[in-house]
Design a protein around this ligand. Structure first.
Ligand code: PMP
Length: 291
């Protein structure tokens, strides 16, 4: 069965799907994207992901390429065509195709691309042994709340992590506070047992996994602080973990080779991960279903 991609109104075999060389996404990274996880056949938090897409577009003054209901229809149709049960749906919207000029084009129409990727659940070792992170200076622009396709600092940070044998790079701002990972949000459980994660601002991408987990943490009654924490505090923490649409909740056991807590995945992190997986398994937004 061929794998399809959606490109500006057409479902095309993935290998033949292409955009114009003067698409502003290609030339200026003038666009935004979303990654929606798919778990046991269901889209996870589709509504909040589309809310964030609309917000990112609004901040950049790019119009929605199609109505929101149409976006949902295309998502479900692409999942159906690709028989997607586990993995992710990727959507990208750019300001469109126009002769190269920094100024907004007068006539270009926003361009929409969607792809899916089937992935296996990540190896149990990541969960049972935990992962390492390194740290890098946060050299990004000051609107990290916009999910822009301009990801060079994130690409460089993730590559540096990979070359150091680490899963992720936590970015640290000029004052010594951790902002977030290159593609994940950063969390600690501090010495007093409080869960701490950076507050949502222009300094981080407000992860959808982050938002869902915050709700679950509040509902479970765990102590929580949304504030910046220093790298020093993170290294002295009892536990650390990260969240994202593709990693879910993963325990961090070392930061720059300094073991976190006893160097093993934390108990609270384990509970939060289990709770998050239960939540995903309970979702019913399956293509062709009523949701
Ligand atoms: N921060 C950054 C910089 C990211 O790229 C991502 C992943 N898109 C996240 C955090 C996590 O966001 P989400 O939970 O929505 O995947």
């Amino acid at each position: 069965m061929p794998r399809y991609a959606y490109v500006n109104g057409r479902y095309l075999p993935h290998a033949q799907a292409a955009v114009h060389i003067e698409d502003r996404g290609y030339q200026f990274a003038d666009g935004v994207y979303e990654v929606v996880p798919v778990y046991q056949g269901a889209l996870v938090d589709e509504g909040p992901h589309l809310d964030r897409l609309e917000r990112s577009l609004g901040e950049l003054r790019i119009a929605m390429p199609v109505a929101r209901a149409t976006l949902e229809l295309i998502s479900h149709e692409l999942m159906r065509r690709n028989d997607l049960t586990q993995g992710m749906l990727y959507m990208q919207v750019t300001r469109g195709v126009a002769p190269r000029d920094h100024r907004f084009p007068a006539t270009a129409r926003p361009a929409l691309v969607m792809t899916t990727r089937q992935t296996k659940p990540h190896g149990e070792a990541l969960v049972t042994q935990g992962i390492k992170v390194i740290t890098v200076p946060d050299i990004r622009w000051r609107r990290c709340d916009i999910k822009s396709t301009a990801l060079l600092p994130n690409v460089l940070a993730k590559q540096q992590a990979a070359e150091a044998g680490a899963y992720e790079a936590w970015q640290v701002d000029g004052e010594g506070y951790v902002t977030e990972g290159s593609s994940t949000n950063a969390w600690i459980v501090n010495a007093e047992g409080k869960v701490v994660t950076r507050d949502a601002s222009h300094a981080i991408l407000n992860g959808i996994t982050r938002i869902t987990l915050l709700k679950q943490i509040r509902e479970a009654g765990f102590e929580l602080e949304e504030r910046a924490f220093t790298l020093e505090e993170a290294k002295a923490a009892r536990e650390a973990f990260l969240t994202s649409s593709t990693s879910f909740v993963l325990p961090v056991v070392a930061i720059d080779e300094t073991p976190v807590g006893n160097g093993h995945p934390g108990i609270l992190c384990g509970k939060l991960r289990a709770g998050y997986l239960d939540y995903m398994a309970s979702l019913e937004d399956r293509p062709g279903g009523m949701a």
